[in-house]
Design a protein around this ligand. Structure first.
Ligand code: ARG
Length: 544
Protein backbone atom coordinates (compact mmCIF):
# COMPACT_ATOMS: atom_id res chain seq x y z
CA UNK A 1 0.00 0.00 0.00
CA UNK A 2 1.88 3.05 -1.18
CA UNK A 3 -0.61 5.76 -0.30
CA UNK A 4 0.69 9.31 -0.26
CA UNK A 5 0.62 9.45 3.50
CA UNK A 6 2.56 6.21 3.71
CA UNK A 7 5.26 7.57 1.39
CA UNK A 8 5.56 10.84 3.27
CA UNK A 9 5.54 9.10 6.59
CA UNK A 10 8.25 6.68 5.49
CA UNK A 11 10.52 9.48 4.25
CA UNK A 12 10.20 11.40 7.50
CA UNK A 13 10.84 8.29 9.50
CA UNK A 14 13.97 7.53 7.48
CA UNK A 15 15.31 10.97 8.34
CA UNK A 16 14.15 11.19 11.95
CA UNK A 17 14.59 7.57 12.96
CA UNK A 18 11.24 7.57 14.76
CA UNK A 19 7.62 7.31 13.61
CA UNK A 20 6.53 10.83 12.61
CA UNK A 21 2.93 10.03 13.68
CA UNK A 22 1.36 12.18 10.98
CA UNK A 23 -1.91 13.75 12.02
CA UNK A 24 -4.46 15.39 9.74
CA UNK A 25 -4.15 19.13 10.34
CA UNK A 26 -6.73 20.71 12.55
CA UNK A 27 -6.94 23.87 10.45
CA UNK A 28 -6.43 24.43 6.71
CA UNK A 29 -3.72 27.04 7.31
CA UNK A 30 -1.58 24.30 8.89
CA UNK A 31 -1.56 22.34 5.63
CA UNK A 32 -2.87 18.81 5.24
CA UNK A 33 -0.81 16.99 7.85
CA UNK A 34 1.19 17.95 10.90
CA UNK A 35 3.89 16.18 12.85
CA UNK A 36 5.59 16.86 16.17
CA UNK A 37 8.45 14.56 15.28
CA UNK A 38 11.05 17.33 15.72
CA UNK A 39 9.82 18.12 19.22
CA UNK A 40 10.08 14.50 20.28
CA UNK A 41 13.46 14.08 18.65
CA UNK A 42 14.83 17.26 20.18
CA UNK A 43 13.75 16.11 23.60
CA UNK A 44 15.53 12.80 23.16
CA UNK A 45 18.68 14.45 21.80
CA UNK A 46 18.59 17.41 24.18
CA UNK A 47 18.67 19.65 21.13
CA UNK A 48 16.81 22.79 20.11
CA UNK A 49 13.44 21.81 18.53
CA UNK A 50 13.36 24.35 15.72
CA UNK A 51 16.89 23.41 14.70
CA UNK A 52 15.92 19.77 14.59
CA UNK A 53 12.81 20.66 12.58
CA UNK A 54 14.96 22.55 10.06
CA UNK A 55 17.24 19.56 9.68
CA UNK A 56 14.32 17.16 9.16
CA UNK A 57 12.73 19.48 6.63
CA UNK A 58 16.01 19.87 4.72
CA UNK A 59 16.76 16.15 4.59
CA UNK A 60 13.26 14.83 3.87
CA UNK A 61 13.35 15.63 0.15
CA UNK A 62 9.62 15.59 -0.33
CA UNK A 63 9.47 18.14 -3.18
CA UNK A 64 7.96 15.61 -5.51
CA UNK A 65 4.82 15.28 -3.35
CA UNK A 66 4.71 18.30 -1.07
CA UNK A 67 4.90 22.07 -1.12
CA UNK A 68 7.94 23.30 0.85
CA UNK A 69 7.47 22.02 4.42
CA UNK A 70 6.76 24.73 6.98
CA UNK A 71 7.91 24.96 10.54
CA UNK A 72 5.39 26.36 12.98
CA UNK A 73 5.40 27.39 16.63
CA UNK A 74 7.96 25.61 18.78
CA UNK A 75 8.88 23.16 15.99
CA UNK A 76 5.81 21.55 14.47
CA UNK A 77 6.17 20.63 10.82
CA UNK A 78 3.25 21.43 8.54
CA UNK A 79 2.86 19.42 5.38
CA UNK A 80 0.89 20.48 2.36
CA UNK A 81 0.56 17.96 -0.43
CA UNK A 82 0.91 19.30 -3.97
CA UNK A 83 -2.32 19.56 -5.92
CA UNK A 84 -0.69 17.56 -8.71
CA UNK A 85 0.09 14.69 -6.38
CA UNK A 86 -3.46 14.69 -5.07
CA UNK A 87 -4.85 14.73 -8.59
CA UNK A 88 -2.69 11.75 -9.44
CA UNK A 89 -4.22 9.72 -6.62
CA UNK A 90 -7.72 10.53 -7.83
CA UNK A 91 -6.78 9.60 -11.38
CA UNK A 92 -5.23 6.33 -10.35
CA UNK A 93 -8.47 5.58 -8.59
CA UNK A 94 -10.48 6.43 -11.70
CA UNK A 95 -8.30 4.24 -13.89
CA UNK A 96 -8.03 1.27 -11.54
CA UNK A 97 -10.39 -1.58 -10.85
CA UNK A 98 -10.74 -1.67 -7.11
CA UNK A 99 -11.22 1.97 -6.05
CA UNK A 100 -7.47 2.23 -5.54
CA UNK A 101 -7.20 -0.74 -3.20
CA UNK A 102 -4.05 -2.72 -3.92
CA UNK A 103 -3.70 -6.31 -2.75
CA UNK A 104 -1.79 -6.86 0.46
CA UNK A 105 1.74 -8.02 -0.41
CA UNK A 106 1.52 -10.71 2.27
CA UNK A 107 -1.91 -12.27 1.80
CA UNK A 108 -3.22 -14.45 4.59
CA UNK A 109 -5.68 -17.28 4.93
CA UNK A 110 -8.20 -15.98 7.41
CA UNK A 111 -10.92 -18.00 9.10
CA UNK A 112 -13.73 -15.81 10.41
CA UNK A 113 -16.15 -17.47 12.81
CA UNK A 114 -19.37 -15.49 12.80
CA UNK A 115 -23.14 -15.60 12.98
CA UNK A 116 -23.16 -19.09 14.57
CA UNK A 117 -26.78 -19.29 15.76
CA UNK A 118 -28.25 -22.29 17.53
CA UNK A 119 -30.53 -24.92 16.01
CA UNK A 120 -34.17 -24.78 17.08
CA UNK A 121 -33.79 -21.22 18.29
CA UNK A 122 -34.31 -17.94 16.52
CA UNK A 123 -31.29 -15.76 15.90
CA UNK A 124 -31.16 -13.16 18.64
CA UNK A 125 -29.70 -9.69 18.44
CA UNK A 126 -26.23 -10.98 19.35
CA UNK A 127 -26.23 -13.29 16.33
CA UNK A 128 -27.37 -10.44 14.16
CA UNK A 129 -24.53 -8.21 15.31
CA UNK A 130 -22.09 -11.05 14.78
CA UNK A 131 -23.45 -11.59 11.27
CA UNK A 132 -23.21 -7.92 10.30
CA UNK A 133 -19.73 -7.43 11.75
CA UNK A 134 -18.39 -10.71 10.37
CA UNK A 135 -19.80 -9.93 6.94
CA UNK A 136 -17.96 -6.59 7.00
CA UNK A 137 -14.66 -8.26 7.96
CA UNK A 138 -15.09 -10.80 5.17
CA UNK A 139 -15.64 -8.05 2.62
CA UNK A 140 -12.76 -5.89 3.86
CA UNK A 141 -10.20 -8.68 4.01
CA UNK A 142 -11.19 -10.07 0.62
CA UNK A 143 -11.02 -6.63 -0.97
CA UNK A 144 -7.31 -6.43 -0.23
CA UNK A 145 -6.44 -9.89 -1.41
CA UNK A 146 -6.73 -12.11 1.65
CA UNK A 147 -8.40 -15.50 1.40
CA UNK A 148 -11.32 -15.52 3.80
CA UNK A 149 -12.93 -18.76 4.90
CA UNK A 150 -16.12 -17.97 6.81
CA UNK A 151 -17.12 -20.59 9.36
CA UNK A 152 -20.68 -20.60 10.61
CA UNK A 153 -20.20 -22.56 13.86
CA UNK A 154 -23.88 -23.30 14.42
CA UNK A 155 -24.98 -24.97 17.64
CA UNK A 156 -26.25 -28.23 16.15
CA UNK A 157 -24.98 -30.69 18.76
CA UNK A 158 -25.26 -31.28 22.46
CA UNK A 159 -27.47 -32.55 25.22
CA UNK A 160 -30.44 -30.34 24.33
CA UNK A 161 -31.12 -32.54 21.30
CA UNK A 162 -31.99 -35.43 23.60
CA UNK A 163 -34.97 -33.59 25.06
CA UNK A 164 -35.94 -32.06 21.71
CA UNK A 165 -36.12 -35.40 19.91
CA UNK A 166 -37.88 -37.02 22.87
CA UNK A 167 -40.46 -34.23 22.96
CA UNK A 168 -41.08 -34.56 19.23
CA UNK A 169 -41.71 -38.28 19.60
CA UNK A 170 -43.92 -37.74 22.65
CA UNK A 171 -46.05 -35.21 20.75
CA UNK A 172 -45.98 -37.12 17.47
CA UNK A 173 -44.88 -33.89 15.74
CA UNK A 174 -44.03 -33.55 12.06
CA UNK A 175 -40.83 -31.56 12.42
CA UNK A 176 -40.52 -30.86 8.71
CA UNK A 177 -43.69 -28.78 8.91
CA UNK A 178 -42.32 -26.46 11.61
CA UNK A 179 -40.89 -23.04 11.07
CA UNK A 180 -38.16 -21.62 13.27
CA UNK A 181 -40.53 -19.85 15.64
CA UNK A 182 -42.47 -23.09 16.14
CA UNK A 183 -39.22 -25.00 16.69
CA UNK A 184 -38.34 -22.50 19.37
CA UNK A 185 -41.72 -23.01 21.02
CA UNK A 186 -41.03 -26.74 20.96
CA UNK A 187 -37.71 -26.07 22.66
CA UNK A 188 -39.52 -24.32 25.49
CA UNK A 189 -42.06 -27.10 25.90
CA UNK A 190 -39.28 -29.70 26.00
CA UNK A 191 -37.42 -27.71 28.61
CA UNK A 192 -40.53 -27.40 30.73
CA UNK A 193 -41.22 -31.11 30.37
CA UNK A 194 -37.67 -31.86 31.48
CA UNK A 195 -38.09 -29.81 34.61
CA UNK A 196 -41.48 -31.32 35.42
CA UNK A 197 -40.82 -34.98 34.86
CA UNK A 198 -37.91 -37.06 36.11
CA UNK A 199 -39.06 -39.83 33.82
CA UNK A 200 -38.87 -37.57 30.77
CA UNK A 201 -35.47 -36.33 31.91
CA UNK A 202 -34.23 -39.91 31.96
CA UNK A 203 -35.66 -40.58 28.49
CA UNK A 204 -33.95 -37.44 27.22
CA UNK A 205 -30.65 -38.72 28.64
CA UNK A 206 -31.11 -42.04 26.85
CA UNK A 207 -31.89 -40.13 23.69
CA UNK A 208 -28.57 -38.27 23.87
CA UNK A 209 -26.82 -41.63 24.00
CA UNK A 210 -28.84 -42.82 21.01
CA UNK A 211 -27.98 -39.65 19.07
CA UNK A 212 -24.29 -40.10 19.77
CA UNK A 213 -24.44 -43.78 18.86
CA UNK A 214 -25.92 -42.83 15.48
CA UNK A 215 -29.37 -44.38 15.99
CA UNK A 216 -31.30 -44.01 12.73
CA UNK A 217 -34.61 -42.58 13.91
CA UNK A 218 -32.91 -40.20 16.34
CA UNK A 219 -30.50 -38.90 13.71
CA UNK A 220 -33.31 -38.44 11.20
CA UNK A 221 -35.34 -36.25 13.57
CA UNK A 222 -32.21 -34.34 14.58
CA UNK A 223 -31.45 -33.69 10.89
CA UNK A 224 -35.00 -32.42 10.34
CA UNK A 225 -34.52 -29.96 13.18
CA UNK A 226 -31.34 -28.71 11.52
CA UNK A 227 -33.08 -28.39 8.17
CA UNK A 228 -35.97 -26.28 9.45
CA UNK A 229 -33.54 -24.12 11.40
CA UNK A 230 -31.29 -23.58 8.39
CA UNK A 231 -34.27 -22.57 6.31
CA UNK A 232 -35.00 -19.91 8.91
CA UNK A 233 -31.37 -18.75 9.16
CA UNK A 234 -31.02 -18.57 5.40
CA UNK A 235 -34.16 -16.50 5.06
CA UNK A 236 -32.66 -14.08 7.57
CA UNK A 237 -29.30 -13.98 5.76
CA UNK A 238 -31.10 -13.23 2.55
CA UNK A 239 -33.07 -10.44 4.10
CA UNK A 240 -29.81 -9.03 5.52
CA UNK A 241 -27.93 -9.23 2.22
CA UNK A 242 -24.90 -10.97 3.70
CA UNK A 243 -22.45 -13.21 1.87
CA UNK A 244 -22.87 -16.30 4.11
CA UNK A 245 -24.04 -19.47 2.39
CA UNK A 246 -24.47 -23.15 3.18
CA UNK A 247 -20.90 -23.67 2.00
CA UNK A 248 -19.72 -21.83 5.11
CA UNK A 249 -21.55 -24.09 7.57
CA UNK A 250 -19.28 -25.89 9.99
CA UNK A 251 -21.52 -26.73 12.91
CA UNK A 252 -20.46 -28.11 16.25
CA UNK A 253 -21.58 -31.59 15.16
CA UNK A 254 -18.86 -31.68 12.50
CA UNK A 255 -16.27 -31.97 15.28
CA UNK A 256 -18.03 -34.84 17.06
CA UNK A 257 -15.50 -37.47 16.02
CA UNK A 258 -12.55 -35.28 17.01
CA UNK A 259 -13.57 -34.59 20.60
CA UNK A 260 -12.27 -37.81 22.12
CA UNK A 261 -9.14 -37.46 19.99
CA UNK A 262 -8.45 -34.02 21.43
CA UNK A 263 -9.14 -35.19 24.97
CA UNK A 264 -6.83 -38.20 24.60
CA UNK A 265 -4.13 -36.09 23.03
CA UNK A 266 -4.22 -33.55 25.84
CA UNK A 267 -4.35 -36.23 28.50
CA UNK A 268 -1.58 -38.42 27.10
CA UNK A 269 0.76 -35.44 26.81
CA UNK A 270 0.07 -34.48 30.40
CA UNK A 271 -1.51 -31.17 29.38
CA UNK A 272 -4.91 -32.12 30.74
CA UNK A 273 -5.34 -33.60 34.20
CA UNK A 274 -8.21 -35.20 36.08
CA UNK A 275 -9.80 -32.92 38.63
CA UNK A 276 -12.90 -33.99 40.54
CA UNK A 277 -13.73 -36.54 37.86
CA UNK A 278 -13.43 -34.04 35.03
CA UNK A 279 -10.59 -33.70 32.54
CA UNK A 280 -9.29 -30.14 32.68
CA UNK A 281 -6.42 -27.90 31.65
CA UNK A 282 -5.07 -25.26 33.98
CA UNK A 283 -3.87 -22.14 32.18
CA UNK A 284 -1.87 -19.15 33.33
CA UNK A 285 -4.95 -16.91 32.89
CA UNK A 286 -7.09 -18.04 35.73
CA UNK A 287 -7.66 -20.38 38.64
CA UNK A 288 -10.67 -21.73 36.82
CA UNK A 289 -9.46 -24.49 34.51
CA UNK A 290 -10.73 -25.14 31.01
CA UNK A 291 -13.03 -28.17 31.07
CA UNK A 292 -12.23 -30.64 28.32
CA UNK A 293 -14.54 -33.45 29.48
CA UNK A 294 -17.01 -33.12 32.33
CA UNK A 295 -17.38 -35.62 35.15
CA UNK A 296 -20.23 -37.37 33.32
CA UNK A 297 -17.93 -38.00 30.37
CA UNK A 298 -19.48 -35.33 28.13
CA UNK A 299 -17.50 -33.02 25.88
CA UNK A 300 -18.73 -29.45 25.77
CA UNK A 301 -18.30 -26.10 24.12
CA UNK A 302 -14.60 -25.73 25.02
CA UNK A 303 -13.48 -29.07 23.66
CA UNK A 304 -15.45 -28.40 20.48
CA UNK A 305 -13.68 -25.09 19.98
CA UNK A 306 -10.30 -26.79 20.46
CA UNK A 307 -11.20 -29.34 17.81
CA UNK A 308 -12.31 -26.47 15.57
CA UNK A 309 -8.94 -24.75 15.97
CA UNK A 310 -7.09 -27.93 15.01
CA UNK A 311 -9.25 -28.18 11.90
CA UNK A 312 -8.88 -24.52 10.96
CA UNK A 313 -5.11 -24.46 11.36
CA UNK A 314 -4.39 -28.03 10.31
CA UNK A 315 -6.83 -28.65 7.45
CA UNK A 316 -7.85 -25.16 6.35
CA UNK A 317 -4.27 -23.86 6.70
CA UNK A 318 -5.44 -20.61 8.25
CA UNK A 319 -2.85 -18.21 9.66
CA UNK A 320 -5.32 -15.82 11.20
CA UNK A 321 -8.39 -16.82 13.21
CA UNK A 322 -11.08 -14.28 14.00
CA UNK A 323 -14.09 -14.95 16.24
CA UNK A 324 -16.96 -12.50 16.16
CA UNK A 325 -18.86 -13.43 19.30
CA UNK A 326 -20.46 -11.32 22.04
CA UNK A 327 -18.24 -9.83 24.74
CA UNK A 328 -19.59 -12.14 27.51
CA UNK A 329 -17.68 -15.00 25.87
CA UNK A 330 -14.31 -13.25 26.21
CA UNK A 331 -13.15 -15.56 29.00
CA UNK A 332 -14.15 -18.67 27.06
CA UNK A 333 -11.95 -17.63 24.14
CA UNK A 334 -9.09 -16.60 26.39
CA UNK A 335 -9.13 -20.11 27.83
CA UNK A 336 -9.52 -21.85 24.49
CA UNK A 337 -6.65 -19.87 22.93
CA UNK A 338 -4.43 -20.48 25.94
CA UNK A 339 -5.00 -24.25 25.85
CA UNK A 340 -4.56 -24.31 22.06
CA UNK A 341 -1.22 -22.49 22.40
CA UNK A 342 0.01 -24.89 25.07
CA UNK A 343 -1.02 -27.88 22.99
CA UNK A 344 0.55 -26.47 19.82
CA UNK A 345 -2.78 -26.47 17.94
CA UNK A 346 -2.25 -22.76 17.61
CA UNK A 347 1.38 -22.14 16.59
CA UNK A 348 2.99 -18.82 17.44
CA UNK A 349 2.73 -17.54 13.87
CA UNK A 350 -1.05 -17.96 13.76
CA UNK A 351 -2.99 -15.07 15.22
CA UNK A 352 -6.22 -15.73 17.14
CA UNK A 353 -8.49 -12.80 17.91
CA UNK A 354 -11.81 -12.67 19.68
CA UNK A 355 -13.73 -9.60 18.54
CA UNK A 356 -16.30 -9.13 21.25
CA UNK A 357 -19.19 -6.75 20.89
CA UNK A 358 -21.67 -5.06 23.17
CA UNK A 359 -25.41 -5.34 23.42
CA UNK A 360 -28.12 -3.61 21.49
CA UNK A 361 -30.28 -1.66 23.89
CA UNK A 362 -33.73 -0.17 23.46
CA UNK A 363 -34.04 3.50 22.47
CA UNK A 364 -34.45 4.22 26.20
CA UNK A 365 -30.99 2.73 26.88
CA UNK A 366 -32.50 -0.22 28.75
CA UNK A 367 -32.23 -3.89 27.92
CA UNK A 368 -33.96 -4.60 24.65
CA UNK A 369 -36.89 -6.96 24.52
CA UNK A 370 -40.16 -7.11 22.64
CA UNK A 371 -43.42 -6.07 24.20
CA UNK A 372 -44.05 -9.74 24.96
CA UNK A 373 -40.73 -9.86 26.77
CA UNK A 374 -39.15 -12.25 24.26
CA UNK A 375 -35.76 -11.84 22.61
CA UNK A 376 -35.71 -9.38 19.73
CA UNK A 377 -35.35 -10.86 16.24
CA UNK A 378 -33.91 -9.24 13.14
CA UNK A 379 -37.31 -9.28 11.58
CA UNK A 380 -38.76 -7.19 14.38
CA UNK A 381 -35.84 -4.73 14.13
CA UNK A 382 -36.26 -4.41 10.38
CA UNK A 383 -39.98 -4.03 10.82
CA UNK A 384 -39.41 -1.23 13.26
CA UNK A 385 -36.82 0.56 11.11
CA UNK A 386 -39.06 -0.16 8.12
CA UNK A 387 -41.82 1.92 9.68
CA UNK A 388 -39.60 4.88 8.84
CA UNK A 389 -37.85 3.92 5.60
CA UNK A 390 -37.63 1.63 2.55
CA UNK A 391 -36.08 -1.82 3.16
CA UNK A 392 -32.59 -1.07 1.76
CA UNK A 393 -32.49 2.13 3.76
CA UNK A 394 -33.71 0.46 6.95
CA UNK A 395 -31.04 -2.21 6.54
CA UNK A 396 -28.35 0.39 5.95
CA UNK A 397 -29.48 2.18 9.09
CA UNK A 398 -29.15 -0.95 11.21
CA UNK A 399 -25.82 -2.07 9.77
CA UNK A 400 -24.26 1.36 10.08
CA UNK A 401 -25.46 1.74 13.67
CA UNK A 402 -23.92 -1.65 14.39
CA UNK A 403 -20.55 -0.80 12.84
CA UNK A 404 -20.04 2.91 13.42
CA UNK A 405 -19.40 3.13 17.13
CA UNK A 406 -16.73 1.04 18.86
CA UNK A 407 -17.82 -2.58 18.69
CA UNK A 408 -17.32 -3.12 22.40
CA UNK A 409 -19.88 -0.49 23.25
CA UNK A 410 -23.56 -1.19 23.78
CA UNK A 411 -25.68 0.95 21.53
CA UNK A 412 -29.25 2.11 21.68
CA UNK A 413 -31.56 1.05 18.88
CA UNK A 414 -33.18 4.35 18.07
CA UNK A 415 -34.89 3.63 14.74
CA UNK A 416 -35.91 7.20 14.07
CA UNK A 417 -32.38 8.57 14.52
CA UNK A 418 -30.77 5.69 12.64
CA UNK A 419 -32.82 6.11 9.46
CA UNK A 420 -32.32 9.90 9.28
CA UNK A 421 -30.63 11.08 6.09
CA UNK A 422 -28.74 13.72 8.04
CA UNK A 423 -26.03 13.12 10.59
CA UNK A 424 -23.72 10.16 11.04
CA UNK A 425 -26.01 7.47 9.62
CA UNK A 426 -26.02 4.82 6.93
CA UNK A 427 -28.86 6.51 5.03
CA UNK A 428 -26.86 9.76 4.94
CA UNK A 429 -24.04 7.95 3.14
CA UNK A 430 -26.51 6.33 0.76
CA UNK A 431 -27.96 9.74 0.12
CA UNK A 432 -24.51 11.22 -0.59
CA UNK A 433 -23.85 8.43 -3.05
CA UNK A 434 -27.22 8.88 -4.76
CA UNK A 435 -26.65 12.61 -5.01
CA UNK A 436 -23.33 12.14 -6.83
CA UNK A 437 -24.93 9.58 -9.08
CA UNK A 438 -27.58 12.15 -9.92
CA UNK A 439 -24.94 14.72 -10.86
CA UNK A 440 -23.18 12.26 -13.11
CA UNK A 441 -26.46 11.18 -14.68
CA UNK A 442 -27.30 14.75 -15.53
CA UNK A 443 -23.81 15.23 -16.94
CA UNK A 444 -24.25 12.14 -19.08
CA UNK A 445 -27.64 13.32 -20.29
CA UNK A 446 -26.05 16.59 -21.40
CA UNK A 447 -23.21 14.60 -22.97
CA UNK A 448 -20.62 16.33 -20.83
CA UNK A 449 -17.20 14.72 -21.01
CA UNK A 450 -15.01 13.99 -18.10
CA UNK A 451 -11.63 12.37 -18.11
CA UNK A 452 -9.15 13.16 -15.40
CA UNK A 453 -8.77 15.41 -12.41
CA UNK A 454 -6.49 18.15 -13.71
CA UNK A 455 -7.40 21.14 -11.53
CA UNK A 456 -7.55 21.30 -7.76
CA UNK A 457 -7.41 25.03 -7.16
CA UNK A 458 -9.98 25.32 -4.40
CA UNK A 459 -9.37 24.18 -0.83
CA UNK A 460 -12.69 22.31 -0.90
CA UNK A 461 -11.58 20.36 -3.96
CA UNK A 462 -8.23 19.57 -2.41
CA UNK A 463 -9.89 18.37 0.72
CA UNK A 464 -11.99 15.85 -1.19
CA UNK A 465 -8.92 14.63 -3.07
CA UNK A 466 -6.94 14.43 0.17
CA UNK A 467 -9.61 12.24 1.70
CA UNK A 468 -9.70 10.05 -1.38
CA UNK A 469 -5.97 9.51 -0.91
CA UNK A 470 -6.70 8.11 2.57
CA UNK A 471 -9.18 5.45 1.49
CA UNK A 472 -6.73 2.64 1.02
CA UNK A 473 -4.91 3.21 4.31
CA UNK A 474 -8.25 3.33 6.12
CA UNK A 475 -9.29 -0.04 4.69
CA UNK A 476 -5.92 -1.50 5.62
CA UNK A 477 -6.35 -0.20 9.15
CA UNK A 478 -9.73 -1.88 9.47
CA UNK A 479 -8.23 -5.14 8.20
CA UNK A 480 -5.55 -4.91 10.84
CA UNK A 481 -7.40 -3.54 13.85
CA UNK A 482 -10.83 -5.05 13.07
CA UNK A 483 -12.45 -1.71 13.91
CA UNK A 484 -15.04 -0.94 11.25
CA UNK A 485 -15.91 2.38 12.87
CA UNK A 486 -12.74 3.77 11.28
CA UNK A 487 -14.16 3.13 7.83
CA UNK A 488 -17.54 4.55 8.85
CA UNK A 489 -15.91 7.70 10.20
CA UNK A 490 -13.82 8.03 7.08
CA UNK A 491 -16.82 7.71 4.73
CA UNK A 492 -18.78 10.18 6.81
CA UNK A 493 -15.93 12.67 6.55
CA UNK A 494 -15.68 12.11 2.81
CA UNK A 495 -19.41 12.61 2.30
CA UNK A 496 -19.26 15.83 4.30
CA UNK A 497 -16.20 17.08 2.40
CA UNK A 498 -18.00 16.33 -0.84
CA UNK A 499 -21.00 18.27 0.33
CA UNK A 500 -18.83 21.31 1.14
CA UNK A 501 -17.12 21.00 -2.24
CA UNK A 502 -20.44 20.81 -4.06
CA UNK A 503 -21.71 23.87 -2.25
CA UNK A 504 -18.63 25.95 -3.02
CA UNK A 505 -17.60 24.70 -6.43
CA UNK A 506 -20.17 24.65 -9.21
CA UNK A 507 -19.86 21.47 -11.22
CA UNK A 508 -22.50 21.35 -13.95
CA UNK A 509 -22.63 25.13 -14.11
CA UNK A 510 -18.89 25.57 -14.68
CA UNK A 511 -17.21 25.05 -18.02
CA UNK A 512 -14.39 23.50 -19.97
CA UNK A 513 -11.46 21.99 -18.12
CA UNK A 514 -12.75 22.96 -14.70
CA UNK A 515 -16.06 21.24 -15.28
CA UNK A 516 -14.36 18.15 -16.68
CA UNK A 517 -11.99 18.00 -13.72
CA UNK A 518 -14.76 18.50 -11.18
CA UNK A 519 -16.89 15.81 -12.79
CA UNK A 520 -13.89 13.48 -12.57
CA UNK A 521 -13.56 14.33 -8.89
CA UNK A 522 -17.26 13.53 -8.44
CA UNK A 523 -16.79 10.19 -10.15
CA UNK A 524 -13.74 9.31 -8.03
CA UNK A 525 -15.67 10.17 -4.88
CA UNK A 526 -18.56 8.03 -6.02
CA UNK A 527 -16.25 5.09 -6.63
CA UNK A 528 -14.85 5.32 -3.11
CA UNK A 529 -18.25 5.80 -1.49
CA UNK A 530 -19.67 2.86 -3.41
CA UNK A 531 -16.75 0.63 -2.51
CA UNK A 532 -16.77 1.78 1.10
CA UNK A 533 -20.49 1.10 1.44
CA UNK A 534 -20.00 -2.30 -0.16
CA UNK A 535 -17.34 -3.09 2.44
CA UNK A 536 -19.85 -2.25 5.18
CA UNK A 537 -22.43 -4.50 3.49
CA UNK A 538 -24.60 -1.49 2.62
CA UNK A 539 -26.25 -1.02 -0.75
CA UNK A 540 -25.04 2.06 -2.63
CA UNK A 541 -28.31 3.43 -3.95
CA UNK A 542 -28.46 5.54 -7.09
CA UNK A 543 -31.81 7.13 -6.26
CA UNK A 544 -33.39 7.97 -2.95
N1 ARG B 1 -23.54 -20.72 19.15
C1 ARG B 1 -22.85 -19.85 20.05
C2 ARG B 1 -23.83 -18.92 20.74
O1 ARG B 1 -24.93 -18.75 20.28
C3 ARG B 1 -21.81 -19.00 19.36
C4 ARG B 1 -20.66 -19.77 18.76
C5 ARG B 1 -19.48 -18.90 18.50
N2 ARG B 1 -18.40 -19.56 17.87
C6 ARG B 1 -17.56 -20.42 18.48
N3 ARG B 1 -16.61 -20.98 17.78
N4 ARG B 1 -17.67 -20.70 19.76
O2 ARG B 1 -23.49 -18.34 21.76
Amino acid sequence: MSSLTAIISARLEAVAGIDPELRPSTKPQFGHYQTNVALRLAKAEGAQPRAVAERVVRQAELDEYCEPLEIAGPGFINIRIKAGALAQVANRLLAGENAGLDPDPSPKRVVIDYSSPNVAKQMHVGHLRSTIIGDCFTRVLRAIGHTVIPQNHIGDWGRQFGMLVEQIIAEGLDVAALDLAEAEALYKRANQHLNDSAEFAEQARQRVVALQAGDGQTRAIWQQLIDVSLAGFNATYQRMGVLLSDADLAGESSYNEDLAVVADDLESRGIAVTDGGALVVFTANSDTPAIIRNSQGGFGYTCTDLAAIRHRVGDLAANRLIYVVGAPQAFHFEQVFAVARIAGYLPADVAAEHVGFGQVLGADGKKFSTREGTAVTLNSLLDEAGLHAAPEVALAAIKYADLSSGLQKDYAFDAERMVATTGDTGPYLQYAHARIDGILRRAAADQLEYGEVTRLDEAAEQNVALLLSRFSQTVYQVAETLQPHRLCGYLYELAQAFSVFYEHCPVLRSEGEIRASRLALCRATQLVLAKGLYLLGIEALTKM
